[in-house]
Design a protein around this ligand. Structure first.
Ligand SMILES: [Mg+2]
Length: 281
């Protein structure tokens, strides 16, 4: 999934003088632990090493078209030891936030899998008097659904997006994602959504709660500067960029979001006892 928007002003990297202070890692999935259906070499060993050292690991993804259990199954297939509780999606972050706000009735644009996830979280899906309009990745979107969403948003129902990504990469090329559907509703109503997924604070706070650690003891590892690294540096976490996915060294030169550390892949992070990784300047 990709997000291309005007970058906000640069934020200064803050914490973690050393990885010794890191008690938990948030790991991006695609481009970081696997690329498509292929595990990044050494990534599963990194996770095993973290756990052997007593460090916690939580996978975080903006892609909420599938549920945590489905991602855990894929991770296991690729050699990672993962349970559904080890995977945190923007869909779960959204349901947690909504329930925390006392919301029970939602008008949702999402996949059938996400609809079930919302219902399992105790949310009633309805167009009648909902408390939120929630937009996610929706392969079954229709003009009728968009019209309903716009009508509700225009009537003042708060508008929430599970994640900001404008496109979702597929084998046939990028296809419109949550951010693009939200852009249509915003164009029609003049209302922008509250966005939950990476790089936003809602996702960072919810993931930190799941790890049970303060932000300064957490490192976010990912292959995207404007989601993974931005979330880290704007929320008091250590940002570690891997070059096994989307971002390149060239991108790094022009990004307002600078990681604390750059490694070629997870295989280079936490090597037994003697780190050989390079500090980002
Ligand atoms: Mg990624």
């Amino acid at each position: 999934m990709t997000t291309r928007q005007d970058p906000p002003p640069a934020k200064c990297p803050a914490p973690a003088a050393s990885l010794d202070a890191i008690a938990g890692f948030l790991l991006d999935l695609d481009g970081t632990c696997y690329v498509g259906d292929r595990a990044v070499p050494g990534a599963a060993a990194f996770v095993a090493r973290c756990r052997a050292q007593g460090r916690r690991v939580l996978w975080v993804t903006n892609n909420c078209s599938r549920r945590a259990a489905e991602y855990a199954a894929k991770l296991n297939r690729l050699g990672f030891a993962a349970t559904p509780e080890d995977v945190f999606t923007s869909g779960e972050a959204t349901t947690l936030q909504l329930r925390g706000e006392g919301v029970t009735r939602v008008f949702l644009l999402g996949t059938p899998s996400l609809e079930r996830e919302f219902q399992d979280a105790g949310l009633t899906l309805t167009a009648e008097d909902p408390q939120r309009v929630v937009v996610a990745f929706d392969l079954g979107v229709t003009y009728e659904k968009l019209k309903q969403a716009c009508r509700l948003v225009r009537a003042g129902v708060p508008f929430v997006a599970t994640h900001p990504d404008l496109n979702c990469p597929t084998e046939e090329g990028p296809i419109p994602d949550c951010g693009a559907l939200c852009a249509l509703i915003t164009a029609a109503t003049g209302v922008s959504p509250q966005v939950i997924g990476k790089p936003h604070a809602g996702m960072a706070a919810a993931a930190a709660r799941r790890l049970g650690l303060p932000p300064h003891q957490i490192a976010m590892v990912g292959d995207r500067l404007y989601t993974d690294i931005r979330m880290a540096v704007e929320n008091g976490m250590t940002g570690i960029l891997v070059l096994s996915g989307e971002a390149t060294i060239e991108d790094l030169r022009h990004s307002p979001f600078q990681p604390h550390l750059v490694v070629s892949s997870l295989a280079d992070l936490l090597p037994a006892e003697t780190p050989s990784s390079t500090r980002a300047s």
